[in-house]
Write a protein that binds this ligand. Structure first.
Ligand SMILES: [Zn+2]
Length: 214
């Protein structure tokens, strides 16, 4: 079982990825984790990665592809894996096909959530100015509006969480992933999952899809 999980920021991808890998008994391969591992081991790749990340640059495709290739060759990947965060673009997907050979990936799980719902989720966070406790207007509201339960100080919205910033992030995601979804849809391996349900219901839907293909 070789899978890729996709979904916009705020779709709950991380939570679902953890449940899927434990359900299927396969590895969760996230680029973030791999980068950290290479850096920790101070490999040649790790040193290169560190220099990109330290200077705030994007890691070039060829470097990311090398890290993935190295990881996928380890014997613990034979039973299958769930990729998370890679590929993000069509050239990366083509490179992955080169690594995996003619069979490629078996399944793309695409968690979809309507933009308006995502905006609501992602702009709802509020933070206390004084003690730093975080709230969410929908999921964990304070007892009194705009006031910290802990210390009574004022709550504010971080600049990362404003409507404008979040809309931009979502737009970047849509523009980047639309061609990638098309690329995989041509093979008939993309399954859209309705992400506007409870975490548990989303997972039930994913399980049905997985059972359908094994
Ligand atoms: Zn507080």
């Amino acid at each position: 079982m070789r899978m890729l999980i996709m979904g916009p920021p705020g779709a709950g991808k991380g939570t679902q990825a953890a449940q899927i890998t434990s359900f299927c008994g396969i590895l969760h391969i996230s680029t973030g984790d791999m980068f950290r591992a290479e850096i920790k081991e101070s490999t040649e790749l790790g040193k290169k990665l560190k220099s990109y990340l330290d200077s705030g640059q994007l890691v070039p495709d060829e470097v990311t592809v090398k890290v993935i290739e190295k990881r996928l060759q380890k014997p613990d990947c034979e039973k299958g894996f769930l990729l998370d965060g890679f590929p993000r673009t069509v050239p990366q997907a083509e490179a992955l096909d080169g690594i995996l050979g003619k069979d490629g990936l078996d399944l793309i799980i695409n968690i979809s959530v309507d933009s308006a719902a995502l905006l609501e989720r992602l702009t709802g966070r509020r933070v206390c100015k004084q003690c730093g406790k975080t709230y969410h207007l929908l999921y964990q509201p304070p007892q009194d509006e705009g006031v910290c339960d802990n210390c009574g100080d004022e709550l504010y919205q971080r600049s990362d969480d404003t409507r404008e910033t979040v809309s931009n992030r979502l737009e970047v995601y849509q523009n980047q992933t639309a061609p990638l979804l098309d690329y995989y849809a041509q093979r008939g391996i993309v399954r859209d999952i309705n992400g506007e349900q409870s975490i548990d219901d989303v997972f039930q839907e994913i399980k049905k899809v997985i059972r359908g293909i094994v």
